[in-house]
Design a protein around this ligand. Structure first.
Ligand code: NAD
Length: 715
């Protein structure tokens, strides 16, 4: 099929150009350049006989942005000159369209993000269909890029620097009505017909339309670079940005630079600067990581790890066993997705408390105006809090979230499995216990699976699904579909102690504790944890998880080692220090009044001073790079081991799981993608150095050696 830009002139001489490219979406590529180029040529040739132009799309989306896959293949020093040339060509055609001398209106029938909205910006007027399908904005920053199709330059010229800055730096995606309120589109329409009618009416009413920056005497709203208020505002932005990005992602800083340049030079020079800076970003490792993350997110959410051949399954009634911290959250997200929930605990009182948690969250939504009282009542009405096992009868899914104890979990399975509807699924929310072991007493181990949530359940976007030895594909497909029903991103891993996320997460806590034991200043450990891009330092995370839970989990697993005859649970530094904090000082974690930190009521947390008397040695002076790499690489090494052991099935699940489940720094693109852009060989060499200096936990995994030898990436 060949694509077209359908060209249709009506009796009023208004030309409707309907973009209908050969792919599933309209996108900025060679085909676009040919189609847009010839369309603009024809419009120019027929200028005198036309009244104006309406630009719309035949696809569900208006226009997608650049072609990420082809941008990903671009290597530094290769192809940048062509990329610049192509960018300038795209811009020059759009510039001719906006200077046609006739009104041009964008009729936005679907998503117009990135390049799509940049096309809209060069039109003289924008009418958007008021539908959920419409999303508007310039999200390039989230891909480590900047809007390179004139987006920055036109936003600044249209709105002034102050108003342009947030949508550009945050990459906000606006719904149609929010875009209208923000001025990104001038009109809303109720139907596609209404949209075209409004666009044509505007053409008729504005025969002389031009963009303001092409009118003689134009001044940028709010002032240009010479305006002291603007200069000060821009200056103040840099430190703010640094605080947010910790200097780890260049795109926002570059966007700010181009905004500043746009305020200094003429319009066409600004377009050229924007192109140069855009090209300089495309080949950076961070842009590659973020673009790769975007594609792998689509792969995961598009069902890359879901077995084929099973119809999409809708869970209608879910039983949640244990109304504690996790169970209450699982009940909430399920009810929010419209699923009937039976929340069972050992007493009615405990179950009621779990349901009250949902009520609290719903009250907050109502107070913020994000939910009506009726809707709240409806959601709460879906949750039945109970201590009566019979209420579970007929559930198509039961998720067990009782204490982390094999015998208890076994007993509950035996008691309650029979309540499931025919062929219903039994899910365990265990964080570390092997699913195959938990499934032992089950009469239908093929229907038994791990559905591992993250705390707090209502906020954390990931679910880690664990496939036991006997789990069937059908069960996996159902668990996958349930996770998507409750709007979580599911990754799928194979059974092992600690699965993937818990294993990797534990190494960060442990490396922090090891550094303390070696005498490194705890403040340095914490700051360098944040400097590599982790949300908080390893000691603060340990406090959040709670020392108590950590110790309990380790001891459960040590007992399990004896039972299974393996040695998964080596005594770790995080265990040693947690135990000492609890046993000698009663410091069980933040929830229990304090851990590594004190948490004064109403004040900022501060490191517990006594911690300095434990190990701190001012003579210890480890290279900062070593400390940073130890905190980051430990997690990567553990992930590589999960990959070579077959716990991980694919690279996308590893990358997405690490960023969304355990806060691995997003600019890395995830635990395995980080190795790709660091350089597989270079990474192996650096690991070998760390092993020499700090011990065999940094030993180079075989899979890394193999990849390095073959010159392959983790893809
Ligand atoms: P919790 O102690 O807060 O809650 C457990 C609940 O189970 C309690 O309310 C308890 O009364 C109830 N319970 C115990 N026996 C029961 C029975 N026979 N029938 C019904 N209810 C019973 O624990 P939690 O933090 O919610 O953890 C629950 C599970 O989730 C554990 O397996 C844990 O490893 C796992 N998990 C926890 C986290 C976390 O961050 N806390 C994260 C992921 C997974």
């Amino acid at each position: 099929m060949t694509g077209t830009f359908n060209y249709e002139k009506d009796s009023d001489n208004i030309v409707t150009v309907t973009m209908d490219m050969s792919g599933p979406v309209n996108a900025m590529n060679d085909e676009y350049m040919a189609l847009m180029g010839s369309t603009v040529e024809r419009l120019e040739a027929e200028r005198d006989s036309i009244a104006g132009v309406v630009l719309t799309s035949a696809k569900k989306t208006f226009f997608a942005g650049g072609d990420i896959k082809s941008m990903l293949t671009l290597e530094p020093g290769k192809g940048e000159a062509e990329m610049f040339k192509m960018n300038m060509e795209i811009k020059s055609v759009l510039r001719r369209l906006e200077k046609l001398g006739k009104p041009v209106v964008a009729a936005i029938n679907g998503a117009a993000l990135g390049g799509g909205y940049e096309i809209c910006l060069c039109c003289h007027h924008r009418v958007a269909l008021n539908s959920k399908a419409v999303q508007i904005g310039l999200p390039e920053v989230s891909l480590g890029l900047l809007p390179g199709g004139g987006g920055i330059v036109r936003m600044v010229n249209k709105f002034g620097a102050e108003r342009a800055i947030m949508p550009l730096l945050e990459g906000t995606r606006f719904s149609a009505d929010k875009a209208h309120a923000a001025g990104l589109v001038e009109e809303l329409a109720d139907s596609p017909e209404d949209m075209i009618a409004k666009a044509k009416a505007w053409v008729k009413a504005n025969p002389e339309a031009q963009n303001p920056w092409d009118v003689k005497g134009f001044k940028i709203p709010g002032g240009d670079a010479k305006n002291p208020k603007i200069a000060q505002m821009l200056q103040g932005r840099n430190p703010m940005l640094y605080k947010k990005t910790r200097g780890l992602v260049p795109a926002p800083v570059k966007i700010l630079d181009v905004i500043a340049d746009t305020l200094r030079v003429d319009f066409d020079t600004a377009l050229e600067i924007e192109a140069r800076v855009f090209v300089s970003l495309v080949t950076t490792p961070i842009a590659k990581n973020l673009m790769n993350f975007f594609l792998q997110m689509n792969q995961v959410n598009g069902g890359g790890s879901r077995p084929k051949g099973f119809d999409k399954y809708q869970t209608k009634k879910v039983g949640v066993l244990g109304a504690g911290m996790m169970g209450q959250g699982i009940a909430y997200v399920s009810a929010m997705a419209g699923i009937e929930v039976v929340l069972k605990d050992i007493s009615q009182d405990a179950a009621d408390k779990g349901k009250a948690y949902s009520e609290g969250l719903l009250d907050k939504r109502v107070a913020k105006g994000r939910m009506t009282e009726e809707k709240k009542a409806q959601v709460l009405g879906l949750i039945k809090a109970t201590a009566d096992a019979d209420d579970l009868q007929g559930c198509d899914l039961i998720i067990e979230a009782v204490f982390e104890n094999v015998d208890l979990k076994h007993q509950i399975t035996q008691e309650l499995e029979g309540k499931l509807a025919e062929n219903g699924v039994w899910g365990s929310n265990t964080s570390t216990l092997p699913i195959t072991l938990l499934a032992e007493p089950s009469k239908k181990p093929e229907n038994f699976i791990g559905i591992h949530f993250f705390s707090p359940v209502d906020k954390m976007p990931l679910v880690e699904i664990i496939v036991g030895e006997q789990t069937s594909d059908e069960t996996l497909a159902k668990a996958f579909d349930y996770s998507q029903q409750i709007r979580k991103t599911p990754i799928v891993v194979n059974d092992s102690r600690g699965f993937f996320t818990s294993r990797v997460f534990a190494t960060y806590l442990d490396e922090g504790a090891l550094l303390l034991e070696e005498g490194v200043d705890p403040v340095l450990v914490e700051n360098l944890g944040r400097a590599i891009g982790m949300p908080v330092g390893p000691l603060a995370v340990q406090d959040e998880v709670s020392q108590q839970l950590g110790v309990k989990a380790t001891e459960t697993n040590m007992a399990l080692d004896a039972r299974l005859g393996d040695n998964f649970s080596r005594e770790t530094a995080s265990y040693r220090l947690s135990k000492r904090l609890i046993d000698e000082h009663g410091r069980g974690g933040r929830f229990h009044g304090g851990g590594y930190y004190d948490y004064p009521a109403g004040g900022e947390k501060a490191l517990w001073p006594e911690i300095y008397n434990w190990f701190y040695n001012p003579e210890v002076n480890l290279p900062v790079e070593d400390v940073k790499d130890r905190l980051l690489f430990r997690q990567v090494v553990e992930s590589l081991r999960c990959y070579e052991e077959g716990v991980l099935n694919n690279v996308a699940d590893a990358n997405i799981g690490s960023i969304m489940g355990i806060g691995f720094p997003p600019h890395t693109g995830g635990v395995l993608q980080y190795v790709n852009t660091y350089g597989v060989k270079a990474f192996a060499q650096r690991l070998a150095e760390l092993e020499d200096r700090y011990g065999e936990r940094f030993a180079v995994p075989q899979v890394l050696k193999d990849k390095a030898e073959k010159g392959e990436l983790f893809a």
